[in-house]
Design a protein around this ligand. Structure first.
Ligand code: HEC
Length: 146
């Protein structure tokens, strides 16, 4: 009886170690995946593919900038680098939006702004659809200053 029990526990430990090392090896072979998962969450693919219905005009970027300064600087910082004063002790820290510019689709950003996650508020009940796309237009222009 005793030896049967120790066989079972040995097997459990073996399976545990095996799955642990498999996960470790996976993370190690995909360092870029590890990094992205840590800092970004994924919008549903059909949302990421949505094109921005608001033309990228100077007016739209200016409206986006005004909205950004009113609503987002506290956490994401004046330079949109994620270093706002209110975001200091947040887990996770507010994202560096400047670094995302040009690397994430308009649809991806718009969906995340609408829905929020954790300390990031959802804005769909506060801002209009058009205002959210203005914000996306503004954030995407920060790419040139990288
Ligand atoms: C109260 C603090 C706070 C405010 C205000 C805020 N954010 Fe965020 N935001 C966060 C945090 C924290 C995250 C990271 C959430 C996560 O990864 O779980 C985030 C994530 C994001 C992301 C997703 C980035 C990614 O990593 O994929 C976008 C886009 C974004 N914010 C845009 C905005 C915009 C635009 C505004 C203003 C309308 C805004 N945020 C206001 C805290 C805030």
């Amino acid at each position: 009886m005793n030896s049967h029990v120790s066989h079972v526990s040995f097997l459990c430990i073996f399976v545990f170690l095996l799955s642990g090392s498999a996960l470790w090896a996976y993370g190690d072979k995909h360092p870029e995946k590890k990094k992205i998962q840590k800092h970004h969450w994924a919008a549903p693919p059909e949302e990421s593919k949505r094109t921005n219905p608001v033309f990228l005009s100077d007016d739209s970027v200016l409206r986006g900038q005004t909205l950004y300064l009113e609503n987002c600087t506290g956490c994401h910082g004046r330079n949109a680098d994620g270093r706002g004063t209110d975001g200091k002790d947040m887990t996770p820290r507010p994202s560096n939006l400047r670094a995302m510019a040009g690397h994430h689709s308009d649809g991806d950003m718009a969906w995340k702004i609408k829905k929020g996650k954790g300390p990031m508020p959802g804005w769909e009940d506060i801002l209009s659809e058009e205002e959210i796309w203005d914000l996306v237009n503004f954030i995407q222009t920060l790419k040139e200053n990288n």
